[in-house]
Design a protein around this ligand. Structure first.
Ligand SMILES: [Zn+2]
Length: 309
């Protein structure tokens, strides 16, 4: 064992202590809805699926698994997995202002990334939310198609059922993030640019709203009461998802107005609790409808790419 000087030991422990203090003081920003909000959104979606989805998706085991997976992509933000963190962090948000400045959103992730790079910017600064959500939804649909196939062949469906639950729970994270207005804008954590209404410029509002305020004040009954009736998504899922994000973005200024009125301190106000319950409910309704649509659309026959080969 090489000799270690006392000063070096002292230096190491100071660094370690400082690092620990930083970790403790630093709010886990940009996680959208925190642990409680994400679990709630996923649980509400899983417990409100229409009766014509397969029973395995509505079982108690399914509800518990989907709920557990609500915060799953936030578990990929650790410094212990730096490559994963860097690749997936942009999938939680999209700043619509700079994204729209580049023209219509392309349907495919790599086409969008190419546009961003060509403009001299980086995709991780603008965000990749709708592409990740659409891709995970397509994974879910593919797994449900396989489930139908195995069930029709009277084969064991338990392995594919596990995959379906994982994709459904994973998808819930993004559908949840996308109901949080501060995940759709450059105004994500403190107002930037002209500020005639005097909104907060502190880098605090994001986590204050989605984390401690939700954990302390929002519960299942009032959120469930604000969910929309279940419906399959009409038409194209990417387009529907982008429309959902754009609707969420209409509430960006509202979040700042509520913050200014003290709406996210302590128990907040009746208006801030109502607003937040509605936003969580919007996320749960969207997840439920996306799972339902994946089930319905998984019935569409796909030509066998290997036929005749
Ligand atoms: Zn997230």
């Amino acid at each position: 064992m090489p000799p270690i000087s006392t000063s070096r030991i002292l230096f190491s422990s100071v660094v370690a202590a400082t690092g620990l203090a930083c970790l403790l003081l630093q709010p886990p920003t940009a996680r959208a809805w925190g642990n409680e909000g994400h679990r709630l959104i996923n649980r509400l979606a899983a417990t409100s699926l229409p009766a014509d989805v397969p029973a395995f998706l509505r079982s108690q085991e399914a509800v518990e698994e989907i709920e557990y997976l609500g915060p799953e992509p936030d578990r990929w933000r650790s410094a212990a997995e730096p490559e994963l963190n860097a690749a997936q962090a942009p999938e939680h948000f999209i700043d619509l202002e700079p994204a729209d400045a580049l023209g219509p959103l392309p349907r495919r992730r790599l086409d969008f990334e190419a546009k961003v790079f060509a403009s001299g910017q980086r995709p991780e600064k603008i965000g990749l939310q709708p592409w990740e959500a659409t891709e995970v939804w397509e994974r879910l649909k593919a797994a449900l198609r396989e489930y139908r196939h195995l069930a029709a062949e009277h084969q064991d469906t338990r392995p594919v059922e596990q995959a379906v639950l994982f994709y459904a729970g994973w998808l819930g994270h993004y559908a949840g993030d996308a109901s949080q207005p501060l995940h759709t804008t450059v105004q994500y954590n403190g107002w930037v640019g002209p500020n005639p209404n005097g909104y907060t410029t502190e880098h605090r509002i994001h986590w204050q709203f989605e984390g401690p305020f939700v954990a302390a004040n929002l519960h299942e009954p009032e959120v469930r009461a604000r969910m929309a009736p279940a419906k399959a998504i009409d038409g194209d899922v990417f387009d529907a998802y982008v429309a959902y994000l754009r609707h969420t973005a209409t509430y960006v200024e509202k979040v700042y107005q509520l913050e200014k009125a003290g709406g996210f301190n302590g128990a907040g106000t009746a208006e801030s609790r109502e607003f937040t319950a509605e936003r969580l409910a919007a996320g749960a309704s969207m997840l439920r409808d996306m799972i339902y649509s994946a089930w319905q659309q998984s019935a569409i026959a796909v030509p066998d790419p290997y036929a005749g080969k």
